[in-house]
Ligand binder design. Structure first.
Ligand SMILES: Cc1cc2nc3c(=O)[nH]c(=O)nc-3n(C[C@H](O)[C@H](O)[C@H](O)COP(=O)(O)OP(=O)(O)OC[C@H]3O[C@@H](n4cnc5c(N)ncnc54)[C@H](O)[C@@H]3O)c2cc1C
Length: 144
């Protein structure tokens, strides 16, 4: 799969491509155009952790938690997009997105808060698939 990186420029429109051409036509404000089968906007979203400043809880881009979703301070747990979970396989913290992961985190944090010892495990594969018709699918999209 060829990937073209186009830096800079404001997108004016994303339109359906003409018959026989790639599925999408992207028009920039300076008149330049790109064509491609899939357009994937990424906005660099970051969790809002401002309310935790001064709490003493360890943070990077999110709240750092161990595999049981406990933060660096006893009695404080985190679940959802806001937390970065320790992964011993990666030897580092990482985010897990999507409703399946987030729902599981909520359950695990609640169970561990109440005395159980349950480790978080990623819920399914987060990779995207493109089918024979050029349509994009993700195991995390509810319509799939
Ligand atoms: C554009 C987009 C599309 C997505 N599509 C999919 C998809 O198709 N399938 C999928 O599985 N996942 C999808 N996701 C990811 C999914 O939405 C998140 O993983 C999930 O919503 C995270 O749940 P959460 O409860 O952790 O956080 P959120 O759903 O973000 O909820 C956090 C809540 O806390 C509130 N809040 C923030 N700060 C404060 C504060 N200081 N005080 C009080 N309240 C506060 C916010 O207003 C918000 O209501 C998508 C995300 C985005 C941004």
């Amino acid at each position: 799969m060829g990937i073209e990186i186009f830096a800079g420029g404001d997108v004016d429109a994303i339109e359906k491509g003409a018959s026989g051409l790639p599925a999408r036509r992207i028009v920039f404000s300076d008149g330049q155009e790109l064509r491609g089968d899939v357009v994937m906007p990424f906005y660099g979203l970051a969790p809002n952790v401002d309310f935790m400043s001064g709490s003493g809880v360890d943070m990077e881009r999110g709240i750092l938690v161990d595999g049981r979703l406990k933060s660096s301070i006893d009695g404080i747990w985190a679940a959802g997009d806001v937390c970065q979970i320790w992964s011993s396989a990666l030897n580092g913290y990482r985010f897990y997105y999507g409703y399946r992961n987030v729902r599981r985190m909520g359950e695990i944090a609640a169970r561990n808060m109440t005395g159980e010892t349950v480790d978080f495990e990623e819920q399914g594969d987060e990779s995207l698939q493109i089918d024979d018709d050029g349509l994009l699918h993700s195991p995390l999209w509810e319509h799939d």
